[in-house]
Design a binder for this molecule. Structure first.
Ligand SMILES: Cc1cc2nc3c(=O)[nH]c(=O)nc-3n(C[C@H](O)[C@H](O)[C@H](O)COP(=O)(O)O)c2cc1C
Length: 203
């Protein structure tokens, strides 16, 4: 069992998630009973991603559920890239980076199917993002933490080779990391702007 280093504001998220799930008719009590392993929950999360709003049903998602062998290759790539950027990378820093990527229970690479139309591509990216949020909220409700990361290793050409993804057809837009939350650590809650500053009420 491994832990995410990121902290989650449980109480606030829980309220949001509950509100969200009330309207989620696809979720039933049965889901809770049968999904007693992280893998099953991750796959359920991936199914729920597909219920994101999607203009013209372009279905732009391509998810890659990364097995241990592939993960090792991605971790090595991440470390190689870090060493290129920081030639005097200490063992402790390497250990920390390795730990972050190896300790999560699941790594899912998020792919966006490419198209020629700029406007559609923008909307498709929005759909993929909404799907990731569905996954995140569901997993949070199930007691798991998750994080969307666009670290260098997710964008490098070698990542495409490792994943056997054609970059002309699919863009890897990040890694989705899933793990148990280390509740012994203090929750870090990045501040959000005051809603009054972002909501503009017009007559
Ligand atoms: C497209 C996208 C890419 C992100 N990439 C990274 C990243 O590479 N590294 C990182 O630490 N956080 C990244 N984040 C932010 C985290 O996923 C997460 O939102 C952040 O740690 C705040 O945590 P919270 O949402 O639980 O408050 C990214 C978020 C998005 C939407």
């Amino acid at each position: 069992m491994i832990f995410l280093t990121e902290k989650v504001n449980y109480k606030n998220r829980q309220k949001l998630v509950r509100g969200f799930l009330c309207h989620w008719k696809k979720l039933s009590v049965l889901d809770v009973l049968i999904t007693n392993s992280t893998a099953i929950r991750c796959h359920r999360a991936l199914e729920l991603a597909l219920w994101a709003p999607n203009h013209k049903m372009t279905c732009p998602w391509a998810f890659y559920d990364i097995g241990l062998e592939t993960r090792q290759k991605l971790v090595s790539l991440a470390i190689d890239l870090k060493k290129l950027k920081t030639p005097d990378l200490s063992d402790a820093m390497e250990f920390s980076l390795r730990g972050k990527l190896e300790s999560v229970s699941h790594m899912i690479m998020i792919g966006l199917k490419l198209c020629d139309d700029d406007f559609q591509l923008r909307e498709d990216y929005a759909t993929v993002s909404c799907g990731v949020q569905n996954m995140s909220l569901y997993l949070h409700d199930q007691g798991y933490g998750s994080k969307w990361s666009t670290g260098g290793f997710t964008r490098h050409e070698k990542a495409y080779e490792i994943l056997e993804v054609n970059p002309a057809k699919v863009e890897i837009v990040g890694a989705f990391l899933v793990g148990c939350i280390d509740k012994s650590q203090e929750l870090r809650v990045p501040p959000r702007p005051d809603s009054q500053e972002t909501i503009h009420c017009l007559p």
